[in-house]
Design a protein around this ligand. Structure first.
Ligand code: 5GP
Ligand code: SF4
Ligand code: MG
Length: 466
């Protein structure tokens, strides 16, 4: 998901709509915006589909006045699978004795099932199936006298990954979980402040990047421009999601002081060093494989070419939640450039292999177009474990790498070769010159290593073995 918030500018919701549009890659199912103005109070709009199709309408935006606003773009990882229900679309809103608050959450709460059960037993009435709603109910039960303090209480009970953007009548609040798994940055626009999942959404509104919200930090920002920083959690070594660098974030964003594009290009360089192969062309699987393919080509000297053309009017395939749509999606989205491919030995660079659906279809399309050889080079290590921190991966059995070795996957896909970047190579590309520190890994890499930095307690209760 993507979160965005603005305080201290006129018609803040318009800026939020633009910010969410720049974060659309983080979630395409639905979006929501809440604003506050002293005259009318809180207002919200939650809609299915793209930001640009909903939050550009003057008639809708006029209902969201005020200089304080937050928003969310959704992609479902927890709660209702399949068809998103409007009740699961954020921001969520709660009315407390000291006023209302709205919250937007990116990440996944790994103890949400047990929290929900406890809260329902104690009288909470849940409106949605979303894990994020727990935060509102925990806040409602807190005895603290102001909303930021209630939020601290609530979030101290929550396990897992959260980057939260919240608002009261007068405050914009941003929080990251102690490990800082999901991103969150602070920006400045005129006299106002901005919170955003990624820096690319600051750029779109002409806001200036100030700094990242630190792992475990809570920022409380008021209209007058005051900004307070708290550290409500026990300090721990951060473990940012390395897959944000590989796939999830936009390449024009800066994460942890590093250009995402440059990290991806460097992954391609490392891949070419680790797994060279003689071929005629390096082609990305667009768009997610593009920067790594550029790096692979630069390092290997093999020409870069667009062997697969992407229809720009389709979204990200993986993010479509049902299997059927996903299967269609590959063909609807990608087509082979036949004239280029015929008779060529082709290296295909993609960011990841999850179920293998994409790779299988693309291999077939490339062979049908008359390629002489197909070599896959993958910009992440084999995805052998599900993510429980806010990236939607299927259950373990559906992950190709959970039950197949690299060679078996190669045979299964029927390609001439298939190689993945090593975990160390990935860390080097992400700026860790010495590679992964096995005693104290610098990132979360659980989907590759199976080492979960936060025990996924709901899943363990359901029998998941870590
Ligand atoms: P597969 O087709 O192997 O199941 O999925 C891999 C493809 O899904 C890649 O092309 C990748 O770009 C795309 N993808 C989209 N979203 C995600 C995600 O959240 N996780 C992973 N691992 N891949 C994703
Ligand atoms: Fe990111 Fe993978 Fe960790 Fe999930 S398990 S937070 S995708 S590195
Ligand atoms: Mg892809």
């Amino acid at each position: 998901c993507g979160v965005f918030g603005v305080i201290g500018v006129t018609d803040a919701a318009n800026f939020v709509a633009l910010g969410l549009h720049a974060l659309q890659h983080r979630g395409q199912e639905a979006g929501g915006i809440v604003s506050y103005s002293p005259d009318i109070g809180f207002n919200s709009a939650r809609r299915f589909g793209y930001v640009r199709d909903n939050f550009t309408k003057a008639s809708l935006m006029e209902t969201l006045p005020g200089s304080l606003s937050i928003g969310h773009v959704r992609y479902s990882t927890a709660g209702s699978k399949g068809q998103t229900q409007i009740r699961d679309v954020q921001p969520f809103f709660g009315e407390f004795s000291m006023g209302g608050a709205a919250i937007a959450h990116n990440g996944n709460i790994t103890n949400a099932d047990s929290l929900r059960k406890e809260l329902i037993e104690r009288g909470s009435i849940f409106q949605s199936s979303s894990d994020s709603e727990c935060i509102i109910h925990l806040m409602a039960r807190s005895l603290q006298q102001n909303i930021p303090e209630r939020m601290k209480d609530a979030l101290r009970r929550v396990e897992g990954a959260f980057s939260v953007v919240a608002m009261t009548r007068t405050k914009l609040i941003g929080v990251r979980d102690p490990l800082g798994v999901r991103p969150l940055v602070l920006g400045r626009i005129g006299d106002g402040w901005v919170l955003s999942s990624e820096t690319c959404a600051l750029d779109i509104i002409g806001a200036e990047f100030v700094r990242e919200v630190e792992p475990g930090e809570m920022l409380v920002i008021t209209e007058k421009g005051g900004i307070e920083s708290f550290h409500p959690f026990e300090r721990t070594r951060p473990r940012f999601c390395i897959f944000e660098h590989v796939y999830f974030s936009r390449p024009d964003s800066i994460l942890g002081g590093r250009s995402v594009y440059e990290t991806r290009r460097q992954i391609g360089v490392e891949l070419a060093k680790e797994n060279p192969v003689d071929a005629d062309l390096v082609c990305p699987v667009p768009d997610s494989g593009t920067p790594a393919a550029i790096g692979f080509s630069q390092e290997s000297g093999i020409p870069y070419a667009m062997g697969i053309i992407r229809n720009q009017y389709m979204g990200r395939t993986f993010i479509e939640p049902t299997e059927q749509i996903r299967n269609m999606g590959v063909r609807l989205k990608l087509n082979v450039n036949r004239a280029l491919i015929k008779g060529k030995r082709v290296i295909l660079v993609d960011d990841s292999v999850v179920r293998g659906t994409t790779s299988m279809k693309i291999k077939q399309m490339i062979l049908d177009a008359g390629a002489a050889e197909v070599h896959f080079r993958i910009a992440s290590p084999p995805t052998a474990w599900p993510c429980f921190y806010g990236v939607d991966t299927p259950e373990r059995e559906k992950l190709l790498a959970s039950h197949m070795s690299e060679d078996e996957m190669c045979a299964h896909l029927g390609v001439d070769s298939l190689k993945f970047i090593s975990l160390d190579g990935l860390y080097r590309a992400a700026g860790e010159a010495e590679g992964r520190n096995p005693d104290a890994p610098q990132y979360c890499d659980a989907c590759f290593s199976g080492e979960y930095p936060v025990a996924p307690s709901d899943m363990i209760a359901k029998g998941f073995e870590v």
